[in-house]
Design a protein around this ligand. Sequence first.
Ligand SMILES: [Zn+2]
Length: 104
Amino acid sequence: MRNPGCPDCDRLWDAYRHAIMEHIQIGSKLQLASISQDLEAIKTLEVLSQAAEQSRKDARQAILNHEAGNHPEGPPSLSDEGSESSTNETNSDHPADDRPPEQK
Ligand SMILES: [Zn+2]
């Protein structure tokens, strides 16, 4: 969620979106290159991909810094986009208990 009417937010979010797109595009090119075993392209694209990942992180950090400094009251727009941890919680150790709490 960006703050309406803040030109800095607009600019930073545009840059962030652009950085993500670029990173994704390079990532898919890299995938194609590794499928076709194009070692030269892989080498080049790996460098580009790292640079793109860095600018993606930088853009994200810039938003966080800007929000902390300029919109401290709003909720953080970016939670944990970077981490791709899946939440698979198992509640198997707490089976459904249908018995009444007290049996008399
Ligand atoms: Zn702003």
